[in-house]
Design a protein around this ligand. Structure first.
Ligand code: PLP
Ligand code: COI
Length: 340
């Protein structure tokens, strides 16, 4: 365990061992009450389904310290619901919304000193996960499961935060048309490592995935969703059954319509139709809102607003969303939970 807290302003998105994590075990049909532990190592069977058959899932959400010193969780109920969908998809026992939120709160309170101060731009990233464990060799559900939540203080996921970065389009897929794209399961991320590395080797922040059926429409931006802004004040974002339904994107759709008076449209976003957009961005818990400078496709870089400056609508969306998350701006009812 690191004894001293890090330099908040220079944090990236890297693992740091914090004080306590929550761990609960499912066996014989029910979850136990769970405990907090200092031990960050799991001792599990070599035959665990999580290791061989990818029977696992995870979530990502953040705790934000406000100007008032209070710590807030943002829409944790939606993370809990999405984890239930993921558990269902890979035949694991679901964790109730109440247990999920209680575990997150316990972890935040037990690691209070790791919640970055207001104004540093850093946050406490929570990583809940469920894994299949226990002795099992056939391709079938595990006899035992672990639900755990740990936390890490983080800065920007894409270097530069609210500075535009460029992405390149990959011809590999992260998920199949009727596969596990909607679920937050590790297999989708294993499939993303090679295209991510290839994009990085070529100087791009990450890769853009096209839809796995036709390879013509934008699907995801690495581990984030895509949105584009048009000159007609429209917020446009891909509609597809194989993307991860981003809680950040769902929140932006709401804010764009209700606070910024924009028209929100979910539709196919053809990779050959980027001229429609004056600005574009990637959005997610880790990515927050990362402006997309340009997208490389078939050897040509399509630049949106600018490769170095953030467009005005993207900035407004960012200010509104992060204002709510840090408690500076009043959000819709129920979006923010104070941890106490
Ligand atoms: N898409 C993928 C593949 C992701 O891993 C994430 C991160 O969770 C997102 C989108 C954004 O989702 P959210 O806004 O719920 O974090
Ligand atoms: C998140 O935004 O929470 C993610 O899961 C992205 C990535 C770190 C996998």
């Amino acid at each position: 365990m690191a004894d001293t807290v890090p330099q908040w302003e220079t944090l990236g998105f890297d693992y740091i061992k914090t004080d306590k994590r929550y761990i609960s075990v499912w066996e014989n049909g029910s979850w136990d009450d769970g405990i907090l532990t200092e031990d960050n190592l799991l001792h599990i069977s070599e035959a665990s389904t999580a290791l061989h058959y990818g029977q696992q899932c995870f979530e990502g959400l953040k705790a934000y310290r406000g100007k008032d010193g209070k710590i807030r969780l943002f829409r944790a109920d939606l993370n809990a619901q999405r984890m239930q969908l993921s558990c269902h998809r890979v035949l694991m026992p679901e964790v109730s919304e109440e247990k999920f939120i209680d575990a997150c709160k316990q972890v935040v309170l037990a690691n209070e000193k790791w919640v970055p101060p207001y104004g540093t731009g850093a946050t406490l990233y929570l990583r809940p996960f469920v894994i299949g464990v226990g002795d099992n060799i056939g391709v079938k559900p595990a006899p035992k499961y672990i639900f755990s939540v740990f936390c890490v203080p983080v800065g920007p996921y894409f270097k530069g935060g609210l500075t535009p970065v460029n992405f390149s389009v990959t011809d590999m897929d992260r998920a199949a048309p009727h596969g596990t794209g909607q679920a937050k399961v590790g297999g989708n991320y294993a499939a993303s490592m090679l295209p991510h590395k290839e994009a990085g080797d070529q100087g791009y922040a990450d890769c853009i995935y096209l839809d796995p059926t036709t390879h013509t429409n934008i699907e995801e931006v690495g581990a984030a969703n895509f949105f584009g802004i048009t000159a007609d004040n429209e917020f446009i974002t891909p509609k597809s059954p194989s993307i991860l339904a981003s809680i950040t994107k769902r929140s932006l759709m709401d804010l764009a319509e209700k606070k910024l008076g924009m028209t929100v449209i979910e539709r196919d976003v053809p990779i050959t139709g980027l001229d429609a957009f004056t600005e574009a961005g990637a959005c997610g818990t880790a990515a927050v809102i990362t402006p997309i400078g340009g997208i490389e496709y078939k050897g040509r870089l399509h630049v949106f607003y600018s490769e170095s400056e953030t467009g005005p609508v993207t900035r407004k969306l960012y200010d509104t969303l992060s204002g709510i998350q840090f408690g500076d701006v009043e959000g819709p009812d129920g979006w923010v939970t104070i941890v106490e």
